[in-house]
Design a protein around this ligand. Structure first.
Ligand SMILES: Cc1cc2nc3c(=O)[nH]c(=O)nc-3n(C[C@H](O)[C@H](O)[C@H](O)COP(=O)(O)OP(=O)(O)OC[C@H]3O[C@@H](n4cnc5c(N)ncnc54)[C@H](O)[C@@H]3O)c2cc1C
Length: 380
């Protein structure tokens, strides 16, 4: 068992951190306060190569392995990039582009992947619905085959990048009588008649990512926009959510390192009762707890990356464990960081307040902690 990164991987991580600190982080606070998506940073991530890292070079990617891809996500978090932008990147690259890459025809790959890898187009993925979240198989969006078209009707909910996306991967029932086996996946482009997105929802955290409904009213799609075969959608979605439970978690791992540095710095400088608060055992323990969370989360998240690099198509148990751990246990260190900063921790002055709000999504998005425990208890 080899826990070491290669020299190239470590160098790449350093480069991503430098890039993000220079090009993205200076605007994070402003965008978070305004609840605005940072289009400029997103495009710069495309130019740098982050959006298409694991796609082949001929499709505009870098041909990177999954570990290097996860390393990029960790680096963004470590540099101090906010959870909104890293979520937007994750939904774009892994939930949308990767699904197209794996299941589309060659022509569709050539049409969509280079645009998505460069950031010229923004992608999203619509699985959840207003009445079907944890129980996605009960979705009501239908795709009815009519000649050489499909007609979509229904509403998707909570869709990251929904209001700004140029292309969406959308799940709908081609056989409404069936549960899992009746679900199929489609590519839907912005501007398709009958397809619209709702206004951005106002959220507690990840405020720089835009989240909305996707609405389908007699939306007619060419039959070739079906991804894979009819009825394969649920399996595709399950492969996709594994990214939710690996690469999308990587920024939380990096964020723990960022948080630790911020907290240690503050604990050294803040003097109470005649000495730096970092000399009090209660504060030292909080710092130790942040470190412990970061170490454990890193091991679990990279294990999934490793499994994927080994070519294992489905890693449900490992992914559910990683998702559950990062989701539930990130709440303590982020809360501790606010507490450690006293009154300042409750303000925008230091980033800990934003990180605390952003981390609150971890036990919800991509499947709640209760659902992960259900999966773990079923599979173990
Ligand atoms: C900011 C944000 C971004 C998102 N981005 C996307 C996206 O890009 N694409 C997308 O498709 N979806 C997205 N989602 C949706 C997300 O995946 C769902 O919110 C999540 O799966 C939970 O579904 P729900 O909100 O309908 O909650 P529900 O399923 O209604 O759950 C409500 C509560 O009941 C619990 N519960 C449900 N079933 C069980 C059970 N069997 N046993 C025990 N407890 C249970 C849940 O754990 C939860 O606590 C996003 C959500 C948010 C908040």
């Amino acid at each position: 068992m080899d826990f070491a990164f290669t020299k190239e991987q470590l160098l790449f991580k350093k480069e991503v951190i430098q890039f993000a600190k220079k090009e993205i982080v200076p605007r994070v606070r402003e965008h978070d306060l305004k609840g605005e998506f940072d289009f400029e940073s997103f495009r710069k991530m495309g130019d740098f190569g982050i959006l298409g890292l694991h796609f082949p070079e001929e499709l505009g990617g870098q041909g990177a392995d999954v570990i290097t891809t996860v390393l990029a996500g960790e680096a963004l978090g470590e540099a101090g990039v906010d959870g909104g932008l890293t979520l937007a990147y994750g939904a774009h690259t892994f939930l949308c582009a990767d699904t197209i890459f794996r299941h589309a025809t060659d022509a569709q790959r050539r049409k969509y992947i280079p645009k998505l890898a460069s950031g010229e187009w923004i992608g999203c993925m619509g699985l959840s619905e207003p009445d079907a979240g944890s129980d996605v198989a009960s979705m009501r969006t239908v795709a009815e085959k009519r000649g050489d078209t499909y007609v979509l009707n229904g509403t998707k909910m909570w869709i990251t990048n929904g209001p700004i996306a140029d292309v969406a991967v959308v799940y709908a029932k081609t056989n409404p009588e069936a549960q899992h086996a009746g679900i199929s996946a489609f590519i839907v482009e912005k501007g398709t008649p009958g397809f619209s997105a709702g206004p951005p929802l106002i959220k507690m955290g990840v405020r720089t990512s835009h989240t909305s409904e996707l609405i389908f009213q007699d939306c007619v799609l060419p039959a070739e926009n079906l991804l894979g075969k009819e009825g394969e959608g649920f399996l595709m979605a399950m492969q996709t959510v594994e990214w939710d439970r690996s690469a999308l978690l990587a920024p939380f791992v990096g964020s723990a390192t960022y948080l630790l540095k911020k907290c240690a710095q503050y604990a050294k400088g803040r003097v109470q009762f005649g000495r730096p608060i970092g000399q009090f055992q209660a504060i030292k323990h909080k710092l130790a707890d942040i470190r412990i969370f970061g170490e454990a989360a890193r091991a679990l998240v990279y294990r999934i990356a490793w499994c994927k690099d080994q070519g294992r198509p489905l890693n449900h148990l490992e992914a559910a464990v990683a998702k559950l751990f990062v989701g539930d246990w990130s709440l303590k260190p982020t809360n501790d960081a606010v507490v450690l900063h006293g009154g300042y921790g409750y303000t925008h002055e230091f980033d800990v307040e934003r990180i605390f709000r952003d981390s609150r999504l971890a036990p919800i998005g991509g499947g709640t902690s209760e659902v992960q425990k259900m999966i773990i208890s079923k599979l173990m």
